[in-house]
Design a protein around this ligand. Structure first.
Ligand code: FES
Length: 362
């Protein structure tokens, strides 16, 4: 494998190959985690993600510009060039192990890569696009909003952990959010959105969103989700609105009365940011063996609960399991995810048992 880093400015593409005879198209073979094979040619100038889409296969992806990390894969053979991307989406240690972002991967010869998800996550008919109506917008915390939608199409099936891209009427800008609820036949979608200063969608939610508004929903998409690994314990670690996909997972466990012992660690920055307690209590009431705890990093005077980050109780609890490392599901901002990865690695949790999704500002 021979990656090269393209020094281009963000948003640009790598320069054409210097050897015209090697310009392609180049054959690409992708293997899913359950052994599925996807083969196609990648024309000159196209990323692997774009070439797969041209071949009729929509791979899990969101930003398509190297900033979100949702198109992560591992090259197993062949030469390629990596276009500009953010360090948070693809840290150096991942690059060194031939980790790539397929939206920024340009083959320079025949290429093979491993996808970290099953073949069912590849959408051969393209990403579903449907219209929806806003049914509720309510503040959960000073910078966190709960948004509820109802799809015109009542078929609202998705796997907990997947995300939807939301688009406002008259705008081409899409923002990806993971539902906190589970699949249903009422077209219902519930999101927790962290408002970002100056953010296009944040500005809409903070100032203009009203029940009755119309939105376009692109999805479900994405590869994050529960893995069937027998009775192994499932532990979940969330930072802020990273709770949403993990809440969907434990809600699914409660609906199906799944038997794995489950724990959830939630961290927020300040006491005023705490949310989701009623929802977690409802899961605990329905799901035997489910425990959860909330930590506040910078507590105010009104907070009497535990303080610190969710990585701390996780690091303390992992050795308790002695020999039965749990499956870990992690979603939150990159520093929290990195702290959890360090704690899990130190405790000996095998990498294949760690499933993570980083929340990045896009
Ligand atoms: Fe490739 Fe976002 S889709 S990094």
């Amino acid at each position: 494998m021979s990656p090269t880093e393209a020094p281009n400015a963000a948003g640009s593409r790598p320069a054409p190959e210097s050897n015209p005879g090697a310009a392609g198209p180049h054959p690409v073979t992708l293997t899913t985690s359950d052994g599925g094979l996807l083969t196609f040619d990648c024309a000159p100038g196209l990323s692997v993600l774009e070439a797969a889409a041209e071949a009729g296969a929509a791979l899990p992806a969101s930003c398509r510009q190297g900033t979100c990390g949702s198109c992560h894969a591992s090259v197993t053979g062949g030469a390629y060039e990596l276009g500009p991307h953010s360090e948070q989406a693809l840290p150096a240690r991942d690059r060194e192990r031939d980790g790539v972002l397929l939206c920024r991967t340009f083959p320079r010869g025949p290429l093979t890569a491993a996808l970290p998800y099953e073949r069912s996550r590849i959408l051969y008919g393209g990403v579903p696009v449907r219209e929806a109506t806003v049914t509720a917008v309510e503040p959960l915390a000073p910078e966190t909003v709960r948004l509820e939608l109802r799809l015109d199409d009542p078929d609202c099936q998705f796997d907990p952990g997947q995300f939807m891209e939301l688009r406002l009427p008259g705008s081409e800008v899409k923002r990806a959010y993971s539902p906190a609820n589970t699949g249903n036949w009422e077209g219902r979608l519930e999101f927790y959105v962290r408002l970002r200063e100056g953010g296009h969608f944040s500005s809409y939610l903070a100032h203009r969103a009203r029940p009755g508004d119309r939105l376009t929903v692109h999805g479900p998409q994405g590869a994050f989700g529960l893995h069937e690994t027998g009775l192994r314990p499932r532990w979940f670690v969330a930072g802020g609105t990273g709770l949403a996909p993990l809440l969907a997972m434990v809600r699914r466990m409660a609906e199906w009365q799944e038997p794995q012992p489950a724990r959830l660690f939630l961290g927020v920055n300040e006491s005023q940011d705490v949310f989701g307690l009623d929802e977690l209590a409802a899961v605990a009431a329905e799901l035997p063996g489910f425990r959860y705890e909330v930590r506040v990093w910078r507590p105010g005077p009104g907070w009497s609960g535990p303080t610190g980050t969710p990585a701390e109780p996780l690091a303390a609890a992992l050795p308790e399991l002695a020999g039965t490392a749990p499956d870990l599901y992690v979603c939150g901002p990159p520093p929290m995810v990195d702290a959890v990865l360090r704690a899990a690695t130190t405790a000996g949790v095998p990498p294949e048992q760690i499933h993570r999704e980083r929340f990045l500002a896009t």
